[in-house]
Design a protein around this ligand. Structure first.
Ligand SMILES: [Zn+2]
Length: 411
């Protein structure tokens, strides 16, 4: 029994998740985001209350995933201990893990699993792996999202979940970008007008250290974080979930069916021993260490609750980029489609682009005289037109096989 609980010294506690730290940095840079975040929280809760019990269908939402492998290996060898150029098999194993965890078929039974674990109705499909060499040894999960997105640009974040897999510094396992959530109305439908949002769209997704991505790979040497649940956890954040201890002593995660917890379950105990909290006088509760939004060892995790499921679906409906992604995931047309908002435009033009195949596209913009204003930008979502002279313009989107040109007017 004792030997089973022992793990090697070097394995002891890297930091599971940098999402909260990364968010703090973003909030410090952009104070208005804090206000937006509070409004987001109100919108989520309002939405959940309004639709309580309304979603009865067993509809499954499938999220298309693009994995960006950024490695510093100069030969083409993939896989092996210490090699950031991870194998296709390791990448596929991560998608398997996600589909098991989000469908409540992970197999592990903890104290709360039978009574409170649900199928989230969310699934994942790998659509592309992009491999890029870069000499950088390691990246910060907190401040290097821009850098990674420059090295391997996100595929259209209104359509795909982008995951950058690389070596992270400071022993972090992974991080993600929280969603911006607004009530979708005529003004926000596909439209986000702030410059911050333009930038955020370029880095929207996850960053995961390659040594904790997937399972059953010799590249994964940890005995604690070895079953791919770092990515399960980070996608939870990307869909608006909060750590179950609410990032505070006995804090809230806005989900009533995750018992209040004193703090995170950050431990080397891979036997999943019970942990208890006393958040109110004389009331002892058993922590839900099986929850994917705790810090527990991978082997101890098996639960998303119904409230967490409702929260994720609220975000999928309320966050403009996530909602568009769901809409596109249901289209089966073979036509390239381009919608421009608003039109006429004064400041920021948003382009929603549907490509029939999972592929990148380029954007070029011309003025009325046929002069090119923007040349072959990859996957451009937002275009700042503040400095464009008033007039008519042409927005040309090109994939490998199709081209669509739309007109827009700058006032
Ligand atoms: Zn986290």
């Amino acid at each position: 029994m004792l030997s089973a609980t022992l793990v090697s010294a070097q394995d002891i506690l890297p930091t599971r998740c940098a999402s909260t730290e990364r968010d703090s940095v973003r909030l410090a840079k952009n104070p208005s985001l804090r206000n937006l975040r509070m409004k987001s929280e109100e919108a989520i809760q309002e939405h959940i209350r309004a639709r309580a019990g309304a979603r009865t269908t067993a509809e499954i939402i499938t999220i298309p995933v693009v994995v960006h492998v950024i490695h510093n290996r100069t030969d083409n060898v993939t896989g092996g201990v210490g090699n950031g150029n991870i194998s296709d098999a390791q990448i596929r194993s991560q998608i398997e893990v996600l589909n098991e965890d989000y469908s409540n078929t992970s197999g592990y039974k903890g104290f709360y699993t039978d009574s409170l674990a649900v199928d989230t109705g969310i699934r994942f499909k790998l659509v592309s792996v992009v491999r890029t060499y870069n000499a950088t040894n390691q990246f910060s999960p907190i401040t290097d999202a821009d850098k990674l997105a420059e090295i391997s640009p996100a595929w259209f974040t209104n359509r795909y979940l982008n995951i950058w897999v690389t070596r992270l510094n400071d022993r972090y396992l992974g991080t993600s970008q929280f969603p911006v959530v607004t009530e979708i109305n005529s003004r926000t439908n596909g439209l986000s007008t702030t410059e911050n949002e333009e930038k955020d769209a370029l880095t929207d997704g996850l960053i995961i250290d390659f040594r904790y991505f997937g399972r059953n790979s010799e590249t994964i040497t940890s005995k604690i974080y070895n079953l791919g649940r770092t990515t399960t956890h980070e996608i939870g954040h990307w869909l608006g979930l909060i750590h179950i201890w609410g990032d505070a002593t006995c804090g809230t995660d806005y989900c009533d069916d995750t018992p209040v917890a004193n703090t995170k379950n950050e431990t080397t105990d891979i036997t999943c021993s019970p942990v208890y909290s006393q958040c109110r006088a004389n009331v002892v509760t058993r922590n839900m260490i099986e929850n994917y939004m705790d810090y527990s060892p991978d082997i101890c995790m098996s639960i998303f609750t119904n409230d967490q499921k409702e929260r994720m679906h609220a975000v999928l409906e309320l966050s403009p980029r996530r909602a568009k992604m769901v809409e596109y995931s249901k289209i089966t047309s073979d036509q390239l489609m381009v919608d421009l908002y608003p039109n006429p435009v004064r400041e920021t033009l948003t382009a929603n682009v549907f490509t029939p195949q999972p592929e990148t596209y380029t954007v070029s913009v011309f003025n009325q005289k046929g002069q090119q204003i923007l040349e072959d930008a990859v996957n451009r979502t937002y275009l700042n037109v503040k400095n464009f002279p008033s007039g008519l313009y042409y927005y040309k989107v090109k994939t490998a096989n199709q081209t669509v040109t739309k007109r827009f007017v700058v006032r």
